[in-house]
Design a protein around this ligand. Structure first.
Ligand SMILES: [Zn+2]
Length: 66
């Protein structure tokens, strides 16, 4: 049983595409890391828009209640 575990080489899974790869870092390729970064930026922008809408609704609600 333990022989079988040792036969599998040390590998990591890419945080972006989840592919198994051997090496340092968290991503299989620098391109993959860049893709992940832009994806995170897009998500952050989307979150900002949601926040902006929430704040706008709150402001309208406060103005209306005055
Ligand atoms: Zn990858």
């Amino acid at each position: 049983m333990s022989d079988e575990i040792q036969r599998i080489p040390q590998h990591r899974h890419c945080l972006n595409c989840n592919r198994a790869f051997v090496g340092e870092g968290r991503y299989c390729t620098p391109e993959c890391e860049n893709g992940r970064v832009t994806e995170l930026k897009k998500k952050r922008n989307g979150l900002l828009i949601v926040w902006g809408i929430a704040v706008a609704i709150m402001v309208v609600a406060i103005v209306c209640s005055l």
